[in-house]
Design a protein. Structure first.
Length: 65
């Protein structure tokens, strides 16, 4: 997702998105450990999405944008 897409979400939707991304990351890491994950860049993509979501959440706390 792009940062602009995260900014369009409400605070509750953003929390739910972060939770679902963390679940996805857990599942990807588990699949990678077992050797079932073909594309390792999926883990990187999810980690970056989580960071973007946290950034938007922090911007809202500080009143930036």
């Amino acid at each position: 997702m792009k940062v602009s897409e995260f900014r369009e979400l409400t605070a509750q939707e953003l929390e739910e998105k972060i939770y679902s991304l963390k679940e996805e990351l857990f599942n990807l890491r588990r699949r990678k450990a077992v050797g079932q994950l073909e594309h390792g860049e999926e883990v990187r993509r999810v980690r970056k999405d989580i960071a973007r979501a946290y950034m938007v959440q922090r911007e809202r706390e500080l009143g930036v944008k």
